[in-house]
Design a protein around this ligand. Structure first.
Ligand code: C2E
Ligand code: MG
Ligand code: MG
Ligand code: MG
Length: 281
């Protein structure tokens, strides 16, 4: 029986499923431990204004340094943290830690942090944000939260209410990874976003694919009409930067302007000379 099952693939499939479930479970345990052991760290990536070349903000990006496995990318552990609910604790830590850091940055440089849809649908996100602002002394105008299109998949009524509450605190709200998920342009009119972050997919394919360029320019036109600013993510080359700037993108984020770095390595000093920006390794 087992042999037969093996031949038609069931055993292998089952084994693979079990392996995956085990790996998940192990990761979940390690994630719990990691919170207690303080194995998390925040890196920050600068955001640059197209017009002036100045750094106007930085996005906090979570890093997990696993004692044995080394660096574990967010794409691996965030989904597990979301499924297990651990993202609430982790997200609260991110908010407080990043706000405490950002209060030391020269005003009016802004802090951007990522929120999981789970944080919006559960618990008391508005209270957590209020508390992080109060504890750090960071003015709400200097905080921006980034949410993905996934918030529209479930609990749309609640999530819309949470977004409104955050905005009424004075916090701005960005739509992250725009164009990758279940985006519908109508979300832009129904939800009160301050900013759209055009996903790195578009920056990276802009040159080879004319459809990407078409989408980017439509999004910019629409955003302008709605009074929403735009950021291009994943800008790595001068050519990409030039095309996006000509298309009318307001802000840039990507390796061309700076990799995510520890807070101590952030440099808010001199503006980038955007008329002669050059690639650095
Ligand atoms: P994201 O919010 O879209 O963040 C941008 C990602 O693009 C980061 O990946 C960043 O390192 C990467 N990136 C920036 N510039 C470039 C570039 O020029 N080229 C390329 N190839 N990549 C670039 P990272 O740090 O691995 O984070 C991945 C995702 O994990 C984030 O995407 C965000 O969705 C999530 N994430 C990170 N930190 C947090 C957090 O504190 N909370 C939550 N809920 N999610 C987080
Ligand atoms: Mg983001
Ligand atoms: Mg994202
Ligand atoms: Mg993004």
């Amino acid at each position: 029986r087992a042999k037969a099952a093996g031949r038609n693939g069931y055993v292998t499939f089952e084994t693979a499923m079990k392996d995956r479930a085990n790996a998940r479970q192990q990761l979940e345990g390690e994630l719990r431990q990691a919170i207690l052991n303080r194995e998390f760290d925040l890196y920050y990536q600068p955001q640059v204004e197209a017009r002036s070349g100045r750094v106007i903000g930085a996005e906090a990006l979570l890093r997990w340094r696993h004692p044995r496995r080394g660096f574990v990318p967010p794409s691996e552990f965030i989904p597990v943290a979301e499924e297990t609910g651990l993202i609430e604790k982790l997200g609260e830590w991110v908010l407080k830690e990043a706000a405490a850091e950002a209060i030391r940055w020269p005003a009016p440089i802004k802090l951007a942090i990522n929120l999981s849809p789970v944080q919006l649908s559960r618990g008391n996100l508005t209270d957590t944000v209020t508390q992080a602002l109060r504890l750090s002394g960071l003015p709400p105008e200097r905080l921006e939260v980034e949410i993905t299109e996934n918030v529209f998949l479930e609990d749309e009524v609640n999530n819309l209410a949470v977004i409104r509450q955050l905005r009424s605190l004075g916090v701005s709200v960005a739509l992250d990874d725009f164009g990758t998920g279940y985006s519908s342009l109508s979300y832009l009119t129904r939800f009160p976003f301050d900013q759209i972050k055009i996903d790195k997919f578009f920056s990276m394919n802009l040159i080879e694919r004319s459809d990407c360029a078409t989408i980017v320019s439509s999004v910019i036109t629409l955003a302008r009409g709605l009074g929403i600013s735009t950021v291009a993510e994943g800008v790595e080359t001068v050519r990409q930067f030039e095309l996006l700037r000509e298309a009318g993108v307001d802000y840039f984020q990507g390796y061309l302007f700076g990799h995510p770095v520890p807070a101590s390595a952030l440099n808010f000093g001199a503006a980038h000379d955007i008329t002669r920006i050059t690639e650095v390794a």
